[in-house]
Write a protein of this length. Structure first.
Length: 101
């Protein structure tokens, strides 16, 4: 019953980081999912797979696991590199491709 502590990434459809500022705790699956042959639905008898706990900080999530004796693994988030771009860069001589409409 290994728990994974991570900070979820933003979805491609949102520009803000509102849902990505909390830390999540999920349990690793204890057994693989099975495909139901008639309808093709996937199912699992592992109920811990459905649990997602949200914490404000990484330390709170770690303290939760340690107080209950749950083994955990922390995955650090990859911070995006944001390069500031100005309008003047459209007309720079060092531009790699010509600026056209």
């Amino acid at each position: 019953m290994l728990a994974r502590i991570f900070k979820p990434a933003r979805t491609a459809m949102q520009s803000g980081g509102a849902r990505a500022r909390h830390w999540m705790l999920e349990y690793a699956p204890a057994e693989p999912q099975q495909v139901e042959p008639l309808m093709g639905w996937t199912s699992s008898s592992d109920m811990r797979q459905q649990i997602q706990l949200r914490f404000d900080t990484k330390e709170e999530a770690i303290a939760y696991c340690e107080s209950r004796g749950i083994p955990y693994e922390v995955q650090e988030p990859k911070e995006p590199v944001v390069r500031p771009v100005t309008y003047a860069e459209n007309f720079a001589y060092t531009r790699r491709s010509p600026w056209t409409h």
